[in-house]
Design a protein around this ligand. Structure first.
Ligand code: SAH
Length: 216
């Protein structure tokens, strides 16, 4: 069974990630290593490595593997970073980040989802993930500044607290748009008051709900 999933991960990398341009070797290694199926209900294990999002309950979804790899690559992690993730969901993206950064803070607004993610972090023995339940649109000031912030839900615009909690040259990766489609935007904090902006193309996420996101 284990070998079977290992070969599925290799196949996922070879057919979904490399051909679409994922190049960061550390990201590819992490995608080969993290057991994505364990973040899903057992009934979905046969589909765990397919090229699409899947339901995780409470009308939320685990992102498509390619999107996880792309967003992670855009953070340009080297292993020393402190990263904040908004929208823990299944915890799969969080685990990929934990393989590639020094410390990962993650915020989830739905308690039942957060509880499941925490459980799997324990099972897989991730010691560098701290999860809290709350409204991630306000960031997590206590541990700021962050070298990278990743938002895995669709936002109407970049929440100001997140921009303010970036370190100098820190990067915010976030899907911005309406509730049906978004563009993946990377904001880089060039200095205290200036941010550059890059568009990495279309995507579709569930809504970011909160004070600086969409209303419930
Ligand atoms: N990276 C996750 C994506 C899950 S979907 C994965 O691949 O599994 C997005 C998640 O964002 C949902 O679990 C949703 O509950 C959560 N979310 C939405 N608005 C939020 C907010 N303001 N703060 C924290 N989490 C939020």
């Amino acid at each position: 069974m284990l070998n079977n999933f290992q070969s599925k991960r290799q196949q996922m990398v070879d057919t979904q990630l490399i051909p679409r341009g994922i190049r960061d070797k550390r990201v590819i290694e992490a995608m080969k290593k993290v057991p994505r199926h364990l973040f899903l209900d057992e009934a979905l294990w046969p589909q765990a490595y397919e090229d699409h999002p899947l339901p995780i309950g409470e009308k939320q979804t685990i992102s498509q593997p390619y999107i996880v790899a792309l967003m992670t690559e855009l953070l340009q992690l080297t292993g020393k970073e402190k990263v904040l993730e908004i929208g823990s969901g299944s915890g799969f993206q969080t685990a990929v980040l934990a393989e590639l950064a020094e410390q990962v803070y993650t915020i989830e607004r739905i308690p039942a989802i957060a509880k499941r993610a925490r459980k799997i972090f324990d099972v897989l023995k991730y010691k560098n993930i701290i999860l809290t339940i709350g409204d991630g649109t306000l960031g997590w000031k206590e541990h700021s500044p962050y070298d990278g912030i990743i938002v895995t839900a669709a936002a109407p615009n970049a929440p100001k607290p997140l921009l303010e909690q970036l370190s100098i040259m820190g990067r915010l990766v976030i899907p911005i748009g309406n509730e049906f489609s978004q563009d993946l935007i990377v904001y880089t904090r060039e200095d205290a008051d200036n941010y550059s902006e890059e568009n990495h193309g279309g995507c579709r996420f569930v809504k970011l709900i909160g004070e600086r996101g969409w209303k419930d």
